[in-house]
Ligand binder design. Structure first.
Ligand code: SF4
Ligand code: SF4
Length: 327
């Protein structure tokens, strides 16, 4: 009997989600045994025409990581949607926009300026930026269009399931593959991770006092962090209260606070706003000047709260003035 076909593709991502497949260790042999991989550009040499030649819906599951920010990524996403029965947004960037989504604080022109003109390591006296078409003696060279806005996958195509995380942990990947192969899938639109918050499963939760009263916020690299104590209770920003569980407390276990890569729990519309509201409720300052000082003590609080979710948030596309890009 023919094995179910699976496609793995990357859009705007760092490559960490590709590593996540390798992190399956020997379990990857079980996956390879059970499925027929028909696309995995980072590991195998399949071409666009190979995928185009498949029947619509012939791929059992397509795992797409990365946000969408170029015309090429948009075209691949639509093609895989057409060819796959089930599409999984794999990892934070496909799920929420992820770190690439922070570019939505700026315009494409601002980013090109910063990258091609203002970085200290750049020597680009002619101000050359990427062009979509360049005529060369050998012929025309073409590049995809880079969009002004970064999109999570479900703003471009219909997505069936979400595997959260930067990157998704091996256990959740195996559970997702097993669910697709067995056909025992949860309701469409589900995030394939526990519904509770990270605080609910955090080993440090019991160290929290009954009431947290914050008068200052401390940055992780500028303070001692007791490996037994709740970060928030110690005044270190930790996004655990607003973030979905299921990562295995990866950052907490390394004595670093959560930055929210698993995204919000089911009932939360805006991850960053939810976290900021939780944080505000813990602050015990009444003097407005003292409050300003506290806010200013954390550079880029908005970028921190929306580190993984800006592109899928209510802000989605909030432009900050260009001077900030150059700084
Ligand atoms: S705030 Fe962070 S450290 Fe504290 S219980 Fe929640 S996840 Fe754990
Ligand atoms: S602790 Fe937070 S940022 Fe770290 S892996 Fe877990 S969900 Fe992601």
């Amino acid at each position: 009997m023919a094995k179910p076909k699976v496609a793995i593709y990357w859009n705007a991502s760092c490559g960490g989600c590709e590593e996540a497949w390798v992190d399956l260790a020997e379990d990857i042999l079980k996956v390879v045994e059970a499925v027929d991989i028909v696309l995995w550009p980072v590991a195998m040499d399949f071409k666009l025409k190979d995928v185009e030649a498949l029947d619509d819906g012939e791929i059992a599951g397509a795992f797409l990581n990365g946000a969408v920010r170029t015309s090429e990524q948009e075209e691949w996403s639509h093609l895989l949607r057409k060819k796959a029965g089930v599409v999984i947004a794999f990892g934070s960037c496909a799920h929420l926009g992820g770190i690439p989504g922070l570019a939505n604080f700026y315009t494409k022109d601002d980013i090109f300026d910063a990258v091609y003109n203002y970085l200290p390591s750049v020597d680009n006296k002619k101000g050359t930026t990427p062009q979509r078409s360049t005529k060369m003696p050998e012929g025309e060279l073409r590049l995809p269009e880079i969009y002004d806005t970064v999109y999570p996958l479900d703003q471009v195509i219909d997505v069936d399931y979400y595997l959260p995380g930067c990157s998704p942990p091996p256990e959740l990947i195996m559970e997702a593959v097993t669910a697709i192969l067995s056909g025992e899938l949860p309701p469409k639109g589900s995030v394939l991770a526990p519904a509770k918050s990270l605080c609910d499963e955090c080993d440090r939760n019991e160290s929290k006092p009954d009431k947290i009263e914050l008068k200052e916020l401390k940055r992780p690299h500028l303070t001692f962090m007791d490996p037994e104590k709740c970060f928030l209770a110690e005044g270190v920003i930790c996004m655990g209260p607003a973030t979905r569980a299921g990562c295995g407390q990866r950052c907490i276990g390394a004595n670093m606070p959560c930055r929210g890569c698993f995204g919000p729990t089911d009932d939360v519309k805006d991850h960053g706003a939810k976290f900021l509201s939780a944080l505000a409720s813990l602050i015990e300052i009444n003097d407005p000047e003292e409050m300003d000082k506290l806010v200013e003590s954390i550079p880029d609080l908005t970028g921190l709260a929306y580190m993984y979710s800006l592109a899928s948030s209510l802000l989605a596309r909030k432009k900050i003035e260009r001077e900030t890009v150059k700084a």
